[in-house]
Ligand binder design. Sequence first.
Ligand SMILES: Nc1ncnc2c1ncn2[C@@H]1O[C@H](COP(=O)(O)OP(=O)(O)OP(=O)(O)O)[C@@H](O)[C@H]1O
Ligand SMILES: O=P(O)(O)O[C@H]1[C@H](O)[C@@H](O)[C@H](OP(=O)(O)O)[C@@H](OP(=O)(O)O)[C@H]1O
Ligand SMILES: [Mg+2]
Ligand SMILES: [Mg+2]
Length: 349
Amino acid sequence: MRLHGDVSDDEEEGAVMDPALLSPSSPPAGAAAAAASRLVVGYALTKKKVKSFLQPKLLLLARKKGISFISIDETRPLSEQGPFDIILHKKTSKEWQRFLEDYHEVHPEVTVLDPPNAIEHLNNRQSMLEEVADLNLSSFYEEVCTPRQLVIMKDPSSIPTAVAMAGLTLPLVAKPLVVDGTSKSHELSLAYDEASLPMLDPPLVLQEFVNHGGILFKVYIIGEAIQVVRRFSLPDVNTYDLLNNVGIYRLPRVSCAAASADHADLDPRIAELPPRPLLEKLGRELRGRLGLRLFNIDMIRELGANDRYYIIDINYFPGYGKMPGYEHIFTDFLQSLGQNKYQRCLSGG
Ligand SMILES: Nc1ncnc2c1ncn2[C@@H]1O[C@H](COP(=O)(O)OP(=O)(O)OP(=O)(O)O)[C@@H](O)[C@H]1O
Ligand SMILES: O=P(O)(O)O[C@H]1[C@H](O)[C@@H](O)[C@H](OP(=O)(O)O)[C@@H](OP(=O)(O)O)[C@H]1O
Ligand SMILES: [Mg+2]
Ligand SMILES: [Mg+2]
């Protein structure tokens, strides 16, 4: 929590915002306490992310709560900017990581959301699910696991043998190994038969397809807050499909925000959300193990095995702009970080 004077908000090029929301504001009369509790959040995000995340409704609420967002200029030393209470970022370059880590060593009082080395874990589809595989969340009631998967680094001609040796069952979802925020890293395909596997383009992860009634649960985590939505997903694959389809099918961006299934008329057994206690335990465990506070989890429930959940994807700083009520949850979260810091300061910790 900063005790310096007013800091103006800033706008990133290309973002669609009401300039009134970004101009310097003077605190309303009698709001001395609020002025003292201003929170300065520096952000280093792609233009696309700025547009989807820093929406006017978020900026308006943030301003009311004394939170300012300032765009970080990555070409200038961080210590010459701000000063910041919190740095929010989603950039994958090694230079940025080093830049931020060096700054944080000198300014440990600044909260970095989140540590670059922890985020790195989610930039690879093998390491992202490792922590889940180690979790022991299965109980008498539910089971939480990950689909069986195999990493192929190179040599597409070796894929059929590797798949057979690993005992993976077709169809397989082929996903680029590295997730770096580019649209290429979201180019997935479905492989129906062994003979077509050499047509795939490593490095990739081959994941067993799990039938789940065509509905996916997107579980958003913001600190301790959890929000879950339903999205349409890939349809189930039956034996007929398997026998009659050959080749590799490029998948469109399934389960994107436009595929919301929250208001769809669904079979209640498929639509039923994962139990809240399970999501809370999962969120808590993953937050701790991954060392992250901002991420989402893609979960599916196996068709015919009502209580077996598969985690198929985890995303760092996902599209929160499409999460209902994100502006309240996110600003509350930022304020709670500020308050914790303020209390630590008061107690000399
Ligand atoms: N193993 C699987 N079994 C069944 N469906 C799957 C599986 N893996 C992925 N899918 C489907 O494909 C979609 C995209 O897969 P995934 O979430 O791994 O890709 P992504 O590009 O990382 O997505 P995001 O936009 O969430 O980052 C999922 O939302 C789900 O609908
Ligand atoms: O909003 P949903 O449908 O959940 O999909 C998100 C993806 O899961 C994220 O991976 C996207 O962020 P990146 O493009 O930075 O990876 C994210 O991009 P965005 O935040 O720019 O909208 C979304 O595409
Ligand atoms: Mg996903
Ligand atoms: Mg993903």
